[in-house]
Design a protein around this ligand. Structure first.
Ligand code: FE2
Ligand code: FE2
Length: 159
């Protein structure tokens, strides 16, 4: 759940940066609408972490700053690239959450409810960004993002 919380911290950074940069008012309001749902996710994962007697990642400020910086870069390229980045990010997060749902104990109903709802929200965020005109990211960008996500999720297990 700490890994999921880190993901939501990153979502805050990404959407915040992207909504600051775009000059398209419709896109900005779409990004902010998704960001509001990410704020719910952040709160749910944090509450669940607390209830499980765990703690958030100590590196969260670093993850936030990194995600914000990447969001800025993607958004500065173009709105379509920015949306492409949203699609790829949300798909990777959704796949991670599906995997987590398979590993979660059947009896841990509160965690399952959170992960299941987030997974469906992330899927929808990807679909909305796709419909808004996202450009597919070049494969090297996708591999880099997967590698960065791997570092993040592995580290968040411990720190
Ligand atoms: Fe989320
Ligand atoms: Fe999302």
């Amino acid at each position: 759940m700490r890994v999921n919380h880190v993901g939501e911290v990153c979502a805050q950074g990404l959407y915040m940066a992207q909504s600051c940069v775009t000059r398209d008012p419709q896109l900005r309001s779409d990004l902010l609408a998704a960001a509001r749902e990410e704020t719910d996710h952040l709160a749910w994962t944090r509450e669940r972490l607390d209830a499980l007697g765990s703690r958030p990642s100590l590196l969260n400020p670093l993850w936030f700053a990194g995600a914000f910086a990447i969001g800025l870069v993607a958004a500065r390229v173009s709105d379509q690239a920015s949306l492409g980045f949203v699609v790829e990010t949300e798909r990777q997060v959704s796949a991670h959450l599906q995997g987590h749902l398979r590993r979660l104990p059947e009896a841990d109903l509160p965690s399952r409810a959170i992960v299941d709802r987030m997974q469906r929200d992330e899927e929808r965020h990807a679909a909305q960004a796709q419909a808004a005109g996202a450009l597919p990211l070049p494969p090297p960008a996708r591999w880099l993002m997967k590698a960065a996500a791997k570092v993040m999720t592995t580290t968040a297990h411990y720190i």
